[in-house]
Design a protein around this ligand. Structure first.
Ligand code: AMP
Ligand code: MG
Length: 402
């Protein structure tokens, strides 16, 4: 058995980076940047007012109340481009450029307009620089604001737009084929007969794959027939970068996934991990280079092993700088049991307490088949191998689930 960390390392080693393409900005959400994003202008591009008020010279408001003459107006998109002289003020709006000669903006609440709006009285003095964001104070032109390998989120879309990235270089989306094994399975639109259950894994695997930026092709159910499984894997390998199977990797008579892979000439990189749930997870590569993740059948094992290993591969393919789930530390809300020879990844809900500390509530669950309880899970709490139990209040590593 290898450790989870070793298995993740092996996945990263054997996963190639996919080619790049340019997409329209509106299609960039969730994609991984294949180029550094560089500011093409200063931000703000001019000295910008943070307030509605009057652009003035601080000098002119030294002794208050002070009266200054209103000589113009600067609005966002329509500035006042003259030199402000001694004793003058310009009416200014939030986001508007501050005129040359003005060194501060006094907010409108601390002023009164007099004489039909030709004079403003400043009730309070004003510090030099008040309510002005200087040109380039936020970002200077030429600075790299997002690095290649970053997954684009909604906030980053604004950054890309602000610097004129109408198209963005990203890595191609991995194509994933999803393939469930198991004689007991029927499709979702059928009522299970005697000894049957509906296939649910294909839906969770497809969804997790999409969350990891992949496109998905769902293959028909294969039962536990080695020959059918082999032909489905071969078909999928023609068009996909990654195949994710579920079921059929344990030690039972009908666990035929590994046999099918070997008969197809696949190289198996690992097949047993010191992990609970998910010990029999398989990682292999077909002769044509298609990667295969053979996940165990239990729906909870599927969720855990997909997110530890297959997700890491999908993000590595897209050139992500941090392809593995982020590790954080949380205090356990109640004690949990570990196991001697394997690391445990226990379903938990993350919250923060009043002091802002992360708390993990391990869910009561009925084992790796309890996918209804798992649906409320937001994170996995990690109990190291060899620990019989971990007490409430102890700090553990947690992984937030996508
Ligand atoms: P296996 O790994 O094939 O031994 O399957 C372990 C357990 O997971 C069995 O109870 C299966 O019925 C269940 N299982 C396998 N595949 C699926 C699936 N696609 N959807 C739901 N449950 C499954
Ligand atoms: Mg099975």
């Amino acid at each position: 058995m290898i450790s989870v960390a070793e298995a993740i390392q092996i996945v990263r080693q054997h996963t190639p980076t996919l080619s790049t393409e340019r997409v329209q900005l509106q299609d960039a959400l969730g994609r991984v940047l294949a180029e550094d994003v560089v500011a093409d202008s200063d931000l703000p591009p001019f000295d910008r007012s943070q307030m509605d008020g009057y652009a003035v010279r601080a000098e002119d408001a030294k002794s208050v109340p002070a009266r200054v003459r209103i000589v113009g107006e600067s609005a966002a998109g329509r500035g006042w481009h003259h030199q402000l002289e001694e004793g003058q003020a310009v009416r200014i709006m939030t986001g508007a450029p501050v005129p040359e000669g003005a060194d501060s903006v006094q907010q409108v609440e601390l002023t009164t307009e007099l004489k039909d709006g030709t004079v403003v009285e400043l009730q309070e003095s004003v510090e030099t620089g008040k309510s002005i964001v200087k040109r380039g104070a936020e970002i200077q032109a030429g600075v790299t604001v997002l690095s290649a390998g970053t997954i684009v989120n909604a906030a980053m879309m604004a950054v890309l737009a602000a610097f004129g990235y109408a198209t963005v270089a990203v890595h191609r989306k991995p194509r994933v084929a999803v393939l469930a094994t198991g004689t007991e399975l029927v499709p979702v639109d059928q009522k299970p007969g005697q000894d049957q259950i509906r296939d649910s894994n294909n839906y969770s695997i497809s969804s997790y794959s999409q969350l990891a930026g992949a496109t998905v092709e769902r293959m028909p159910l294969t039962g536990d027939e080695t020959s059918l499984l082999k032909s489905q894997i071969s078909t999928a390998a023609q068009s996909c970068d990654v195949i994710v199977t579920s079921g059929g990797v344990s030690m039972g008579v009908y666990d035929v996934t590994k046999a099918a892979l070997k008969e197809l000439g696949a190289e198996l990189f690992f097949e047993r991990i010191a992990l609970r749930p998910g010990k029999p997870t398989v990682f292999a590569r077909l002769p044509n280079g298609t990667l295969v993740f053979g996940l165990p059948g239990n729906p909870v094992s599927v969720a855990v092993t997909f997110n530890l290993f297959a997700r890491t591969a999908l993000l590595t393919m897209q050139g992500a700088t941090d392809p593995a789930l982020k590790r954080e530390t949380a205090a356990l809300a109640r004690s949990v049991k570990g196991t001697t020879d394997r690391e445990s990844y226990l379903p938990a809900q993350l919250t923060t307490n009043d002091d802002g500390e992360l708390i993990a509530f391990p869910l009561k669950w009925g084992g790796s088949s309890d996918f209804v309880a798992f649906a409320l899970t937001t994170a996995l709490a990690i109990v190291p191998a060899g620990m019989k139990s971990v007490e409430a209040g102890s700090l553990v590593n947690v992984l937030r689930l996508p």
